[in-house]
Design a protein. Sequence first.
Length: 370
Amino acid sequence: MTPTHKRFATIEGRRSCRLSLVTCRFTVCALVGLLMLVPPAALADEVSEALLKQEDQVELALDKALMFLSRQQVEDGSFQASAHKTAVTSLCVMSFLAKGHTPGDGPYGDIINKGIDYVLSTAGEDGLILGPNPGGNGSMYVHTINTLMLSEISGMVDRARQERVDKVLPKALKIILTAQQVRKDASQQGGWRYAPNSTDSDMSCSGWALMSMRSARNNGATVPKESIDQAVAYIIRSQHPTGLIAYQPGGGGETTTQVGLLCLELCGRHQSAESLLAGDYLLKNLQTNYGAGYFYYGLYYASQGMFQLGGKYWDTFAKYQYDMMLPKQNPDGSWQVGGSGEAAAGICYSTAMSVLALSVSCRQLPIYQR
């Protein structure tokens, strides 16, 4: 066991200790009795050679980044962003969790709690969790990211907050499950898009939705097997013979290959032919233009997906991301604002996504577990 793994007790363990104090299991009543997704077989603990060599540097970079983020929280508990503010706050909260910090405990306990409270305050009676400025096409992005965060912290918080989470989370999950069932063209069925009533799908929105479902399932929610099967079929329809997984079936989209890979891995298709094909494609097409386009988004998904694949895929990608990201960190601990569609999300977004990508092998967040 490496020093990093000795220093950090896992959040999963801390969550278990709290289960006798709070009720974290929740179920969508309409889905009671439906089959659960069969969990993938557990894999041996695996640490990349690159992390062993650069462990101290990675840990220092993560600590500096979290110190930066802690200074960006405003009075209402949100984190600075000109768009998608609630989702950015959820990503920031998860970045603290990813390094082993928990709600209400330690140096960042109050910051995490304030972030959770802000997100909960934006939940509507209908279950949508949006907040201000979700963006023109951002409602399902924001909602699914917020749902993922609330599912990840369920069971870690104090009783009063847990009661609020238990009221919000089943409604939020039901919106995601219901949105998948909207009638669509056969090629689009099984995925998600910009709004709960969208009649088409894209790989980008589908990635966040599936992570929310996987996290909720891990935390006791009933997730229908047919929902997983439909999502997997949508991903496979979107894959080219080259391994690229398109934004929409028949189209292009470099970044969405990372998303599709992670979705396949989370849906029980570990090291399937489709996953390995996507992993091979990504190894041949590593992003070299730092900060361009949807760089941080792609980095986050690629890091998770390649970590799930393990072996040569994770070893190669881990070295690539450490070599690229560590020298690019600003002296204040941040990473520069992204380009293209990521720019409006701001520097808290780029920094939080960098933390989430670089910390995946610490396995502090339950969603990072293999």
